[in-house]
Design a protein around this ligand. Structure first.
Ligand code: FES
Length: 154
């Protein structure tokens, strides 16, 4: 049985037929919409590499069924820059060397954008680290990530 859903993805309306209602938002983004900036790390909600914003809220897209996102507004890493101008969070990550291998970086940046929109932490590094704790970095670039999030909020 095929299911048709409508989404806004990075500002553009998309209609997608799902052959399998169990497909995750992560797989829909990567495999159907070819938005491969969103990464698959653990595929079980533990690493945060797949973080996107759904209606402005941070989620692990590997844990969300695409069908449950019918009508939602999705923002992925591909949608945050304005042409050649990086998003302020992207610019701050570059400024502070907030990555090493870069695999977790799209998820880190989407989480940071959501965190800043939530406006819960201010620039308190402890609160930023706590609020970003769902995003793991195997290279251990946490000091740079925290500094970038602090900087991007100013
Ligand atoms: Fe979704 Fe790891 S791939 S949390």
């Amino acid at each position: 049985m095929s299911l048709s859903i409508s989404l806004i993805v990075n500002g553009a309306p998309r209609r997608v037929d799902l052959d399998d209602p169990r497909v995750t938002l992560l797989d829909l983004l990567r495999e159907r919409l070819h938005l491969t900036g969103t990464k698959k790390g653990c595929d079980r909600g533990q690493c945060g590499a797949c973080t996107v914003l759904v209606d402005g809220r941070r989620i692990n897209s590997c844990l969300a069924l695409a069908a449950s996102c019918d009508g939602a507004d999705i923002l992925t890493i591909e949608g945050v820059a304005r042409g050649e101008v990086p998003h302020p969070v992207q610019a701050a990550f570059i400024e502070h060397d907030a990555f090493q291998c870069g695999y977790c970086t799209p998820g880190q940046i989407m989480s940071a954008i959501g965190l800043i929109q939530e406006a819960q932490t201010g620039d308190d590094p402890e609160r930023i680290r706590e609020a970003m704790s769902g995003n793991l970095c195997r290279c251990g670039a946490y000091a740079g990530i925290t500094a970038a999030v602090q900087d991007a909020q100013r």
